[in-house]
Design a binder for this molecule. Structure first.
Ligand SMILES: [Zn+2]
Length: 225
């Protein structure tokens, strides 16, 4: 019997137990949050987001892509698994079609080798690629790639449209399925000085809801003065 060959996560470490860093994060919602029920929450460190956007904007005519590097954690209070994207690895050895970036076997071997040598102890928590002008969704090929090489429930697919300045995550759903049409947002995890750096126009900060809750709280609405 042939053993199944897995390129990634041959010895997955147990998720570290740690509360979600909500105090250092800003939640960004997509248009579709009501349609998705993801297996994981996604925390995206600002430094990694900045690198990812820079790579995405480096070619507005062809698709580019790579791996998302980080950690898998578990919040025992919320009973929720979450990933923290801490860096990116631009892919090499891709077959650059006009419409689609294709991850070849060499791409996957390269990414795995780089992960082991440059990011010891980290996980490949997903992959990203661009759709210049096409919008944010998973094509048939994208979904095939995700199902075959990123089938761990914690692994996510990020699609960025650098022309329309949009982006979103596609995650394994609690049903075990992958929804190729409805992306979800993420938590922008502060690790740089200053304010939010997220510019994707298809996402909106969840601040409004938080502010309304605060204002509607007891004793917040004084009469008169
Ligand atoms: Zn695609």
């Amino acid at each position: 019997m042939a053993a199944q060959i897995r390129l990634f996560d041959q010895t997955p470490a147990a998720a570290v137990e740690m509360p979600m860093p909500l105090g250092d994060a800003l939640k960004w919602n997509s248009w579709y949050e009501d349609h998705v029920a993801t297996r994981v929450e996604v925390f995206f460190a600002q430094s990694a987001y900045a690198r990812c956007v820079e790579h995405a904007e480096s070619d507005l005519n062809h698709e580019v892509g790579g791996a998302l590097i980080g950690e898998v954690r578990y919040d025992p209070t919320a009973a929720r698994t979450y990933i923290v994207i801490q860096d990116i690895l631009p892919a090499r050895y891709t077959a650059a079609g006009r419409a689609h970036v294709t991850f070849t076997q060499n791409t996957l071997v390269y990414l795995n080798n780089e992960l082991e040598s440059r990011f010891p102890g980290k996980r490949m928590v997903g992959w990203y690629h661009t759709h210049p002008r096409f919008g944010v969704f998973l094509s048939g090929y994208d979904a095939w790639l995700h199902r075959h090489f990123f089938d761990d429930p914690i692994q996510v697919a990020l699609v960025i449209d650098p022309v329309n300045v949009q982006g979103g995550f596609f995650c394994w759903q609690t049903t075990g399925e992958l929804d190729p049409k409805h992306c979800t947002g993420f938590y922008e995890l502060s690790d740089m000085d200053g304010d939010s750096i997220v510019r994707w126009t298809n996402l909106a900060p969840a601040l409004e809801a938080a502010r309304v809750l605060e204002e509607d709280g007891p004793r917040e609405k004084g009469e008169g003065q």
